[in-house]
Design a protein around this ligand. Structure first.
Ligand SMILES: [Fe+2]
Ligand SMILES: [Fe+2]
Length: 300
């Protein structure tokens, strides 16, 4: 669809259901929050069955929840030697910092393509959120590095992410990046942050993740709003490629979420252990990433 063609009204379900789906997935899969039997029964009866997690994997400071919105061209984070908690927090600082240029480019590209002001404003607000998250994550990493005991006493090296200021891309390129980085990775990160805010042993972690998680929920919602605006402007073949990219990213995330998580990350940072992390990803796949109306073109 070319710019200027008036698209049909988009479905109204997405704006409400993204945040709700994330909250319900966390409550259902991570054993945190208002897990009264009635609530759990109501949530689980609407979800697809969760596949059992099999196999063992090497534990490390990596966890799929430490994802931000990675800009194109970002070099992978290489923490070097450090304890798992420090490595996780180092990666978190790096990805929060990298999310700043990602939202700067999104805001600029939305403006260039004539997106509604509310989306442009939301992207610029997210940029400022990510600057704040970088400071908060860095302060948390310092705090944990100075904490006595087996979880503290280590700090990971965090190089500044370097990202070139790219030119304005096509709608399909922006939509593909948004589908993977926003609809899948940031959405999952928002769910993990919410779980951490309720289950981390360290009060400082709970406080930090509560603030970051609230913003990330908004970023997840923004990603789906942007997807709705962008994808309904694409030709059917291009939209199918974007949908395939989102599904592929979701499959990869479900797979990586089943990897064993170091016990210190679970105990101290409140990260979901492998079964819960996998269940969370599977749940979000059934509620969001594989939603039929996104694949069947009802959003046009
Ligand atoms: Fe963030
Ligand atoms: Fe974010």
């Amino acid at each position: 669809m070319t710019r200027g063609t008036k698209p049909a009204e988009a479905p109204r379900v997405a704006r409400i259901s993204v945040v709700r789906a994330i909250r319900e997935a966390v409550f259902a899969c991570c054993a945190v929050g208002p897990t009264s039997p009635a609530h759990v029964a109501r949530v689980t009866c609407t979800r697809a069955p969760v596949a059992p997690v099999t196999g063992t994997h090497r534990a490390s400071g990596a966890h799929p929840g430490a994802a931000g919105r990675r800009p194109a061209g970002l070099a992978p984070y290489r923490p070097g030697r450090a304890p798992p908690v420090a490595r996780f927090l180092g990666r978190m600082v790096y990805l929060e910092a990298a999310s700043v240029p990602a939202f700067e480019r999104l805001a600029r590209e939305l403006a260039a393509h004539g997106a509604p002001q509310r989306l442009q404003r939301a992207a610029r607000r997210a940029l400022r959120d990510e600057e704040r998250h970088t400071r908060m994550a860095s302060a948390l990493a310092d705090h944990m590095a100075n904490t006595a005991g087996p979880v503290g006493g280590g700090a990971a090296r965090v190089p500044l992410p370097r990202v070139r200021r790219g030119r304005v891309r096509s709608l399909e390129s922006i939509a593909r990046e948004n589908a993977v980085e926003g609809c899948v990775l940031e959405t999952y990160a928002a769910a993990v942050a919410m779980a951490q805010s309720m289950s981390a042993a360290q009060p400082r972690v709970r406080t930090t993740m509560r603030k970051i998680g609230a913003d990330e929920m908004r970023h997840a919602d923004l990603a789906w709003e942007v997807a709705r605006w962008l994808e309904r402007r694409l030709a059917p073949e291009a939209r199918a490629r974007v949908v395939a990219a989102r599904r592929g990213a979701a499959r990869a995330l479900v797979k990586s979420a089943g990897r064993r998580v170091h016990p210190n990350l679970v105990a101290q940072l409140g990260l979901p252990a492998a079964p819960a992390a996998k269940a969370l990803a599977v749940d979000l796949a059934s509620c969001l990433w594989d939603m039929a109306e996104w694949d069947m073109g009802d959003m046009r």
